[in-house]
Write a protein that binds this ligand. Structure first.
Ligand code: NDP
Length: 293
C-alpha cells in the first residue's frame, strides 16, 4: 500500500481562497478589513523571512499588515509600550510578536501583554490555559497545531476514539497539538526525549504527529499500517545534488513511511503552508469578533 499524500500546499491554498472571499465580503459590508501587526525584534535572518512571508500572505488575501521592526537592544519596557499601542489601535485585530525574542526580554511578559482578543498566535497564557482545560474554549489556538488538525479534518481522517501519538512536547507545537487531539476525543500519548522504546509507542499510533526536529528519525517500520502521519519537522540535511547544498526533510523517513502509512504529509509542502493559513484564519476571526459578526 502506498499512502495518500496529504497536500498541505493545496489545502492551504483552498483555505487562503476562502479567507480572501470572506475579507472581500467584510470590505463590502463594513468598509473595513482585518489588520495584522507584526513585531520583529532584531535582525535574525530566519525571523525576517517568516515575517516577510506572513506579510505577503496577508496582502494576497486582502488583510492589512502593519510591520514594526525594532532594534535588538530595545528595552523590555519599550517593547511592552509598542504592544500596548497595538492593543489600543482599532485597525489592528491581530498582533504577532515573532519569536524568539532576544535573551534580555522576558517573552512570557511580552506574550501576556498582548490583548486576549488580538492574540492570533494563541500563545497568551490565558489562551494556552483554556486550551489545557476541559470545556473551555480558547479565543485562539496556536497556528501550527491548528494546521495539523485542519489537515486531518480536510483529509477526512477520523480523530475521535483513535490512538494519537505526539512526538515532542514543546510549548509551540507538541503540547498544544496534544491538547487539541484530546479535545477531539483521541486517546493520547505524548513522547519526548526521555521516552523509553519510542518505536513501540509510535507503533500504537493511528494518528502520528511528529514534532521533534530530528531529521528522518521515525522509520518506516515504526509506523502502524494505515496510520495517518503528520510530519511537523523541518530539518536541513546536506545534499550535494541540491544547488543550495542542502535540502529540507521532516522528522519521518518519508520514502519508507509512505509504503506503510495510510496518509502522510510531505516536507516541504505539508504542515508548513498551513501555519500561515491558520494565522490568516485567526486574524480574520479576530476581525469578525471586532466588527460584531
Ligand atoms: P523543540 O526543540 O522545542 O522541541 C522538540 C521536542 O522533541 C522536545 O519535546 C524534545 O523532548 C523532543 N525530542 C527531541 N529529540 C528527541 C528524540 N530523539 N526522541 C524523542 N523526542 C525528542 O522543537 P519545536 O517543537 O519548536 O519544533 C519541532 C520541529 O517542528 C522542528 O523541526 C521545527 O523546525 C518544526 N516546526 C515546524 C513548523 C512549521 O510550520 N512547519 C512550526 C514550528 C516548528 P524534551 O522535551 O524531552 O527535550
Amino acid at each position: 500500500m502506498t499512502a495518500e499524500i496529504i497536500d498541505g500546499k493545496a489545502i492551504a491554498a483552498t483555505i487562503r481562497e476562502e479567507i480572501r472571499q470572506e475579507v472581500a465580503a467584510m470590505q463590502a459590508a463594513h468598509g473595513r478589513v482585518p489588520g495584522l501587526a507584526t513585531v520583529l525584534v532584531g535582525a535574525r535572518k530566519d525571523s525576517e523571512t517568516y515575517v516577510r512571508m506572513k506579510k505577503k500572505a496577508c496582502a494576497e488575501v486582502g488583510i492589512a499588515s502593519f510591520g514594526h521592526e525594532l532594534p535588538a537592544d530595545i528595552s523590555q519596557d519599550e517593547l511592552l509600550a509598542v504592544v500596548e499601542g497595538l492593543n489600543a489601535d482599532p485597525a489592528v485585530h491581530g498582533i504577532l510578536v515573532q519569536l524568539p525574542l532576544p535573551d534580555h526580554i522576558d517573552d512570557e511578559a511580552v506574550l501576556a501583554a498582548i490583548s486576549l482578543e488580538k492574540d492570533v498566535d494563541g500563545f497568551h497564557p490565558l489562551n494556552i490555559g483554556r486550551l489545557s482545560m476541559k470545556r473551555r474554549d480558547p479565543l485562539f489556538v496556536p497556528c501550527t497545531p491548528k494546521g495539523c488538525i485542519e489537515l486531518l479534518d480536510r483529509s477526512g481522517i477520523e480523530i475521535s476514539g483513535r490512538n494519537a501519538v505526539v512526538l515532542g512536547r514543546s510549548n509551540i507545537v507538541g503540547l498544544p497539538v496534544a491538547m487539541l487531539l484530546l479535545h477531539r476525543n483521541a486517546t493520547l500519548t505524548v513522547c519526548h526525549s526521555r521516552t523509553a522504546d519510542l518505536p513501540a509507542m509510535v507503533r500504537q499510533a493511528d494518528i502520528l504527529i511528529a514534532a521533534v526536529g530530528r531529521a528522518e528519525m521515525v522509520k518506516g517500520d515504526w509506523i502502524k499500517p494505515g496510520a495517518a502521519v503528520i510530519d511537523v519537522g523541518v530539518n536541513a540535511i546536506d545534499d550535494a545534488n541540491d544547488p543550495r547544498g542542502y535540502r529540507l526533510v521532516g522528522d519521518v523517513a518519508f520514502d519508507e513511511a509512505r509504503e506503510v502509512a495510510g496518509a502522510i504529509t510531505p516536507v516541504p509542502g505539508g504542515v508548513g503552508p498551513m501555519t500561515i493559513a491558520m494565522l490568516l484564519r485567526n486574524t480574520t476571526d479576530a476581525a469578525v469578533r471586532a466588527f460584531g459578526g
